[in-house]
Structures are given as structure tokens and as C-alpha cells.
Design a protein around this ligand. Structure first.
Ligand SMILES: [Zn+2]
Length: 339
């Protein structure tokens, strides 16, 4: 049976388990996965290499889906510069040791070095023990010379501002913010789809450093910090600013896709996509609201991709569903493509 609308049906994505020296060997009970070699640091939920598991595009990578179906995936609200690529990269981070002290470039610096975009990111604490902390930004008064000296002498940590992390915290990390994730929390990371990281300090591990580029990328003061949630009817916005919106969506048995479109999307034609849906707890069933595709389960801690142009759909709570919706927010200065 085919629906009356064109477009691409929502689909389930297969995660990719990425080895990192600072990671965790056994991801149970978060994922039924035990590493055979190096520990797993990052579970990539929407990487360009992640494969579609359901529907007519099953077997394709997410990168191929955006390259081949850009208009259906992104809709007309996306700027032309966004075409052909997933705007957002979602990961779950499992740090058992400290990650490197690092910084990401903004769009302007990334483009200066031939990259399509910089990397602003945010972290949502899915879990945190009593001691979880991150390093976020610099202590007041720190200079670039202090940072260079700290790198050389191995005392860079003394220049970093430390932020305790509790379950449910949302932390904004704009490009140019020096930061480091430390153990104790399991984080859902949303970031611009770029993997450009400049390492300043790596706790003696043999990985490459990029001190000069990092110093160029650093901003001594940034907007980084914890974000207060905004509770609205049927949703709680955890963060909404360029380049993303992350919100929890109340489902209450069944909820339609179109009802998930927020103010931003309504102003642009009420598309419920592009978005990603993450089942932080429990599971759901995504099904057509009038035909057009086959229903599929959204299992715990997995992600469904929601194209901007899609047959109507709805999600049913299969038990304990805590649904997080992640959608792109383009910077206001970018000209929008016109339909
Ligand atoms: Zn980072």
C-alpha cells in the first residue's frame, strides 16, 4: 500500500560503536555490547556511516540518504549551504577516563581551512554519578600565554573552569570553548556534523596535539554553560539556539508526528522534520497515520530519522518511553532556500 503523499518515511538507524582509549569495555546495560579490542568511547547514533535499518532505504548509509534525497530530508527551511549532508551528529559518550582537553573551530575558522562547518555542541546528561564533572571554559583572567605555558608544563587543567554534572543537565559548548569531558556521566552529545577537534593536552597519551590551531580557535569568553529547561505544553525545551533544538516530548500513549513541530517549524510550514528521535528510556512504535510505510519499533537508546517531507506518522509508547527530539536550527544570518 502506498500513501497519497510523496517523501521518505521515518526510518530506524543502526548505531556505530567507536573505539577510544578513554572508553568503556562493557556497555551493558546501556547497549548490549562488549568490546573485543579497544574500549568503546562513543556510540555514533547519526554518523554519516550509520546504516538505515528499515523501509525502502534499508542498507543505505545516512550520508548516502542525505546526498541522494537532500530536499526530502532537509525541507525548504534549510540554507543552501546545508544541502546534501546530515546537519547534526548525535553520539552517546561513555568516558571511563578523562577525554583530551580540546576546542572546536567555529564556522568561519573551519571554512578558512577548507571544512564545510565548525562544531558547536551540547551535552545532555543521561546519567551521572555523584562525582561527575566536566571542564568548561577558562578561569577568569586566563590568557593565551597562560594556555601555551599550561600545555608545555602539563598544568593546563589549572586554567580550566570546572562544572559539576547531574542527571538531566543540559550543557551548551559553543565553538571556541576549551573543554574536557571527565568520567562520571553518560552524555548524549548533539553537535554540528563535523569531526574537527583540536587537542591541547591529552594526559600523556600518545595521540597527536594541535596546539597552534587550538590557540587560534580559542575564545577566552564564550556562552558555554548550563541551560535552564523551558517547560511548554507537551514538551520541555532543553536547549534551542543555533545550531540545534533538543527537547523532551510527552507522548501519552500515542502522539502524532505533526504535533511535534515546534514554533520554529510551524513558522516554516509545520514540518515535523528534519529531526531525530532518541528513545532515552523505554521504547516506542513508529507507524503510519494513513498508510505509506511499515511500522517499526524504536528500541531503547536508538534513533529514528524523520525526513522533512514524509508520509504522516505517529508514535506509540510501548512502555516507559522517554522521547528526546533533536532538530537543526540554522543561524539567522544564513539565507534560506526558497521553495
Ligand atoms: Zn568537544
Amino acid at each position: 500500500m502506498t500513501g497519497t503523499k510523496t517523501g521518505i518515511a521515518p526510518f530506524l538507524l543502526e548505531p556505530k560503536f567507536d573505539e577510544r582509549v578513554w572508553g568503556t569495555v562493557d556497555l551493558n546495560p546501556w547497549y548490549d555490547y562488549v568490546a573485543k579490542g579497544q574500549p568503546i568511547g562513543e556510540v555514533w547514533l547519526t554518523g554519516d556511516e550509520c546504516r538505515v535499518e528499515t523501509g525502502e532505504l534499508a542498507g543505505k548509509t545516512l550520508g548516502e540518504v542525505f546526498a541522494e534525497h537532500s530536499a526530502e530530508m532537509l525541507g525548504t527551511a534549510a540554507p543552501l549551504s546545508a544541502a546534501g549532508m546530515s546537519p547534526l551528529l548525535l553520539k552517546v559518550l561513555f568516558a571511563k577516563e578523562k577525554l583530551s582537553v580540546q576546542v572546536h573551530p567555529d564556522d568561519r575558522m573551519a571554512q578558512k581551512y577548507g571544512e564545510p562547518r565548525g562544531k558547536t555542541e551540547c551535552w545532555y546528561a543521561l546519567e551521572a554519578n555523584g562525582e561527575a564533572k566536566v571542564a568548561l571554559g577558562l578561569r577568569p583572567g586566563t590568557t593565551l600565554d597562560d594556555i601555551r605555558r599550561g600545555v608545555q608544563e602539563g598544568t593546563l587543567e589549572e586554567d580550566l573552569a570546572v562544572l559539576p554534572v547531574s542527571k538531566g543537565d543540559m550543557i551548551f559548548v559553543d565553538a571556541g570553548t576549551v573543554h574536557a569531558i571527565w568520567p562520571g556521566a553518560i552524555l548524549l552529545e548533539t553537535q554540528q556534523n563535523s569531526d574537527r577537534t583540536y587537542r591541547l593536552f591529552d594526559y600523556g597519551r600518545p595521540r597527536e596535539l594541535h596546539v597552534e590551531k587550538a590557540v587560534e580557535a580559542i575564545r577566552l569568553e564564550t556562552a558555554a554553560g548550563k541551560i535552564e529547561p523551558a517547560e511548554l505544553v507537551g514538551r520541555t525545551i532543553l536547549i534551542e539556539r543555533a545550531y540545534f533544538c533538543v527537547e523532551t516530548i510527552e507522548v501519552d500513549k500515542v502522539r502524532s508526528g505533526v504535533s511535534m513541530a515546534g514554533t520554529f517549524e510551524r513558522a516554516r510550514g509545520a514540518h515535523a522534520g528534519p529531526a531525530y528521535l532518541f528513545a532515552a528510556e523505554g521504547s516506542g512504535m513508529i507507524r503510519p497515520a494513513g498508510g505509506g510505510f511499515e511500522a517499526f519499533e524504536l528500541p531503547t537508546r536508538r534513533v529514528a530519522g524523520i525526513p522533512a517531507v514524509s508520509p504522516d506518522w505517529e508514535i506509540q509508547d510501548l512502555g516507559g518511553l522517554k522521547l528526546i527530539r533533536i532538530s537543526p536550527r540554522w543561524p539567522a544570518t544564513e539565507p534560506e532556500a526558497t521553495a
